[in-house]
Design a protein around this ligand. Structure first.
Ligand code: ZN
Length: 385
């Protein structure tokens, strides 16, 4: 980009253009009136900037009928670049290709062994990426960045995977650098709960909320905090680890080394263990959820008790941070109100009345993390501008 004198007309134009692109990067497609509202620029200035960006091929406009009125919607052009999202789960691997207008162009998924090693996982991911790019007819050079999610704590400075009982084959691996080398593309990495939060914030149940707590209720209980529209990472990347809230200091030993953490009472494997004596040793999480949905009292009871336990931790979180909305995602969230109603009841009882937030289920299901990996890159200013 050309150097411009600060305060000059050209530098003002440049910074206004940057504000318009930043709004489009965060919100996907917007009408010119919405851009003016989001950026605080006048409608005439927005119209001018959009005209220039359109001429340069950076944005595209298309007719829309928002609210019955005819308008044009503006989005960053596909020619401006594409982004990739990778989600490494403990039993699956997902890839998504998206553009800067927030459209998902192609996706793919494979099942992968629970205890896969980092090397194996990255080879499989690279193969999946090649397949998705080929099917979408996209050249690798068009991809400006890759977001990657792992179900473990990520060291914010080194980008390495910290200690984790979920993905032991990845501990100590500098995940972002290793994947970047394999793909020949810049890679950013974050943990699965943070990505779930970003996805719900961008596309799902958290849209329009600037202070949000996200709970991922699955094998483990993860959490993420969005404060003032931004993910709050904390000093070493562990902010939001609600699963390790102490419920019983003489309780079972947790994978983190402490006793009686929330996760040791409500993680999916714990719920299955409670049910297997009566429901058979082969019971799976999808079967437990299906039985609960059909009205099975035992399965409903176990899930409701989990909701109550999570509610105690969420009530404490609400008293401390006062989020406007709590979004519950992860595999167990598919239980819907069987999980959420008891959770709401307990938050209603233990949180300060003024701190009781709206509590809703996530709407992106098992795609939340891979979409969050896309959002991670979309929100990264430098990669796009
Ligand atoms: Zn713990």
């Amino acid at each position: 980009m050309k150097r411009t004198t600060p305060g000059s007309q050209a530098s003002l134009r440049e910074s206004n253009g940057r504000r318009v692109l930043e709004a489009l990067r965060l919100f996907g497609s917007l009408t010119q009136a919405e851009i003016a509202r989001r950026t605080g620029l006048s409608p005439a200035t927005v119209s001018n900037i959009v005209g220039q960006l359109r001429e340069a091929g950076t944005v595209e406009v298309s007719p829309t009928s928002a609210g019955g009125r005819r308008a044009v919607s503006v989005a960053i052009s596909q020619r401006a670049g594409l982004v990739l999202g990778l989600d490494f789960g403990h039993s699956h691997l997902r890839v998504a290709l998206g553009d800067l207008s927030h459209q998902v162009i192609a996706e793919d998924k494979i099942n992968i062994d629970v205890d896969h090693r980092a090397e194996e996982g990255m080879v499989a991911a690279a193969r999946l990426v090649d397949g998705v790019l080929a099917r979408a007819g996209v050249d690798r050079a068009e991809v400006i960045g890759v977001g990657m999610g792992l179900p473990g704590p990520i060291d914010a400075t080194s980008g390495a995977v910290g200690s984790s009982a979920i993905l032991p084959g990845w501990v100590g691996v500098p995940a972002a650098a290793a994947m970047a080398e394999r793909l020949g593309l810049p890679v950013r990495v974050d943990n699965d709960a943070n990505l779930g939060a970003l996805a719900e914030l961008t596309w799902g149940a958290g849209r329009g909320v600037s202070d949000l707590a996200y709970i991922k209720a699955a094998t483990g209980i993860g959490g993420a905090l969005v404060i003032d529209g931004r993910l709050h990472q904390g000093r070493s990347g562990t902010a939001g680890e609600i699963g390790h809230t102490t419920l019983d200091e003489t309780g079972p030993v947790c994978r983190c080394g402490n006793r009686g953490c929330l996760e040791t009472f409500v993680g999916a494997p714990v719920l299955l263990r409670l049910l297997r004596a009566s429901y058979g040793p082969e019971l799976t999480v999808p079967e437990m959820l299906a039985s609960a949905a059909r009205g099975d009292i035992g399965c409903q009871r176990v899930i409701a008790d989990a909701g109550r336990a999570i509610g105690v931790a969420v009530a404490n979180l609400c008293n401390l941070l006062n989020p406007g909305r709590v979004v519950v995602g992860g595999e167990l969230a598919a239980a819907g109100d069987v999980l959420l109603d008891p959770l709401r009841e307990v938050v209603g009882r233990f949180a300060i009345p003024a701190a009781v937030p709206e509590i809703v289920g996530g709407i992106l299901g098992e795609r939340a993390e891979v979409l969050g990996a896309l959002a991670l890159v979309l929100r990264e200013t430098d990669a796009v501008l």
